[in-house]
Design a protein around this ligand. Sequence first.
Ligand code: XMP
Length: 514
Amino acid sequence: MDKEKIIVIDFGGQYNQLVARRVRECHVYCEIYSYKTDLEKIKEMAPRGIILTGGPNSVYEKNAASCSEELFHLGIPVLGLCYGAQLMMHLLGGSVCKAPVREYGRIEVTVDQSSLLFGDVSEKTICWMSHNDYIEKAAPGFRTIAQTADCPVAAAECVEQNLYAIQFHPEVLHTTEGKKMLHNFVYDVCHCSGDWKMDAFVENTIQEIREKVGSGKVLCALSGGVDSSVAAVLLAKAVGDQLTCVFVDHGLLRKDEGDQVEAVFGPEGPYNLKFIRVNAQERFYSKLAGVEEPERKRKIIGEEFIRVFEEEAKKIGTVDFLVQGTIYPDVVESGLGGESAVIKSHHNVGGLPDYVDFKEIIEPLRNLFKDEVRKAGLELGIPDYLVYRQPFPGPGLGIRIIGEVTAEKVKIVQEADAIYREEIANAGLDRSIGQYFAALTNMRSVGVMGDERTYDYAVALRAVNTIDFMTAEAAEIPWEVLGKVANRIVNEVKHVNRVFYDCTGKPPATIEFE
Ligand code: XMP
């Protein structure tokens, strides 16, 4: 994995992870580091290229995020984006100042197609701009290779030193030919060969796991989610029945989910691992009886999960390795990778390490983005419905039922949610909406069914589109689809007589409905 790598130096821009993802989509491995990273460390990594991200500062401010000027003289190609571009110009003797006209949004840019960066890019192309400052004058030795009506230096290059600066953001999809530009940088400027492919990742990782685990015993807490499933299959392929998977069914999963997990990982499935399903539904329901407050519910579910897992782990005894489905955004967001440490308030059910007797953690997905985890899952032959599973909170349906959780309410929300998901898939929208689910409000109201008066619950449908789950907007679902879902739910699910669609974004709402 060390051999061909691009590194992204993060100046705190909001798109830092996107830059790395786009590079990896070009089949080149890429990692994110803070701008504070020691130059020596960067040199040791011997990257094929360096990309400087955007950031919230102005380069001419005191204490602005910066880097050593030497970075530009290492003989390694550097591409600066937005703030990164301004910083490159500023440090190398150009001039950056407040722009007379602030550019924001999709802007037409005229590019010089003779630049390696813009090979195959249209002369006039739409790019995403978001800047208050601009490059008034490029640094000596640079030539301007793009401009807009308000931005005289929208991109510049110094071919002799392999330095490139662009004011806009090629990493966001609004820049229609952005991916081509990044592709040109990694292939035509950095001369990467493109060896980051999922089949190779899977093969190498299985080999690495085998070497690391030897004849050791491994324990994995399966949640049924994408990450833990892919991690478990990698381990199962590497070490077979040295792996034990414990799957706690807390009775708050979606309809049939427990059985689906068992079908893949259980004795009838294709893998030769030890699978333990703990049917702890009643335990959870009784702990949750009478509890209405959302945070209390979360706590109870989390704690009970740990108790159940602990009991199982005790039966297994000491293990050598505990598998965790940590993925790259978790690493970056916990402040270990890049600059923008997002405080994550959610933790999955099972902050396990304290409760299990193990020697070492094994995290086979630590370097992967979510879409890469999915690709690895497909490569491993995991069924589509597991690979494309939506994000699902650890406390499960417990936080999609307002008020007290009961077995009856769980059944209602499971049935309504199954209908909703089925119709979304029938309408071909299942891969285009970020996250969607049904929740159960605590509201009952009068309705009429046949000749009878009813007094039943209202189901809420939620569907959002989001890039990072920190903000989200309600998805626009065609009325016919919503109408059909509502119709089916009130007809097929007992004790529901109304269906609402939640049109709120996040903020002010959250994605979940608790
Ligand atoms: P909210 O509701 O905070 O959710 O807007 C943002 C994203 O996080 C998921 N979520 C969780 N995921 N454990 C998880 O693993 C949790 O406790 C949890 N709570 C919310 C939610 O589904 C959405 O994708």
